[in-house]
Design a protein around this ligand. Structure first.
Ligand code: NAP
Length: 321
């Protein structure tokens, strides 16, 4: 019987599904040596949110497939997996709409100061009718700049254009004709997007090219009234430069779901800033979507081990080997 290592706890029905196909060994990734030892005689692996390094796969000669319960795969060295002949599968699409909802809640919460003012009410500070010091800014009719308009960026663009009458600008290496047609999205250079957008929303994958793509120079080129929204990966933004930009009023605010270090350390200066909405990486975190992702990842893994997986493959080249 095949052996699968799971380094994330799985919903009962998903675990039962995997157990119909293989012996499933559940490991705690914090127990590093036990985890690595389990990989050594496994055929497949499933999990998320843990960096899987080439060193961890040394001697894992049976390993044929890894399945991440996420769309992002920056925690893997894909070239190394391909060299080893290991298929990497991920879960695009099932999480797109929930993640776009999170992005939009960050846009609304940042613009309308929802978290800050809700905390103010709970603290018993609401003693008379509010005035301009408590006003936010409009979202509807404003310009949204999406850096990386793919699946999630497209679902954000739909909400923005059709729901909030926003103008949508975007940068991608290639055009997204569907978003241009359906939402009037306009592809521009990053410089134009940064200079024009009221909300700058990052939805690129984390790669060597996108690491720290928004730093001090980019913040300076944004409007003083601009709000940065990041639900991609923390390291697409130079967090030190972001903190400075927020402290100095270079930009107006930020809505953040992701951080360079997660969990965000309790002493992060970001947590002291009223103009920051910080979420604990909840992009796809609804009961329905997390279940769909786990099931999708389990199905991907079983199909990959059977040699029948046709979609959701990150390193398709491995199949040609
Ligand atoms: P996707 O469909 O692949 O979209 C990514 C977009 O980024 C594409 O339009 C791509 O267009 C663009 N892009 C890639 N590299 C670029 C570069 N160097 N410069 C400019 N644009 C670039 O992926 P998705 O499903 O929307 O997911 C996007 C990312 O969101 C994931 O990789 C993940 O890191 C993050 N995410 C976060 C959460 C969360 O919980 N916060 C949840 C889900 C996903 P081109 O290829 O044409 O450049």
């Amino acid at each position: 019987m095949k052996k699968i290592v799971a380094w994330k706890s799985l919903p009962e029905d998903v675990l039962a599904y995997l157990q119909q196909h293989a012996e499933v060994v559940q490991v705690d990734p914090a127990q590093h040596d036990t985890f690595v030892a389990a990989l050594k005689d496994a055929d497949g692996g499933i999990g998320s949110s843990v960096k899987i390094t080439p060193a961890m796969l040394e001697g894992a000669s049976r390993l044929k497939a890894l399945s991440t319960i996420s769309v992002g795969f920056d925690q893997f060295d894909v070239a190394d997996l391909t060299r080893r002949g290991i298929v990497l599968a991920h879960t695009p699409d099932v999480l797109t709409e929930s993640t776009a909802d999170t992005v939009f809640s960050l846009i609304l919460a940042s613009a309308r100061r929802v978290v800050e003012l809700a905390d103010w009410v709970k603290a018993g500070e609401w003693k008379q009718s509010i005035g301009p010091t408590h006003f936010g800014v409009d979202v509807q009719g404003k310009t949204l700049g999406i850096v990386g308009l793919g699946r999630i960026g497209g679902a954000v663009a739909r909400r923005a254009a059709l729901g909030f009458n926003m103008k949508v600008l975007y940068t991608n290496r290639s055009a997204n004709a569907q978003a241009e047609q359906a939402y009037g999205a306009r592809r521009v250079e990053l410089a134009e997007l940064l200079a024009t957008a009221d909300f700058v929303c990052l939805q690129v994958p984390l790669t060597p090219e996108t690491k720290h793509m928004i730093g001090a120079a980019e913040f300076k080129s944004m409007k003083k009234s601009a709000i940065l929204i990041n639900a991609s990966r923390g390291a697409t933004v130079d967090e030190k430069a972001l903190i400075e930009a927020l402290q100095n009023g270079t930009i107006h605010g930020a809505g953040l779901d992701v951080f360079e270090t997660e969990p965000l350390p309790a002493d992060s200066p970001l947590l002291k800033l009223a103009n920051v909405v910080a979420l604990p990486h909840i992009g796809s975190a609804t009961h329905e979507t997390r279940h769909a992702m786990a099931l999708n990842a389990a199905e991907n893994l079983v199909a990959a081990l059977d040699g029948t997986l046709a979609t959701n493959i990150v390193n398709r080249e491995v199949l040609k080997k």
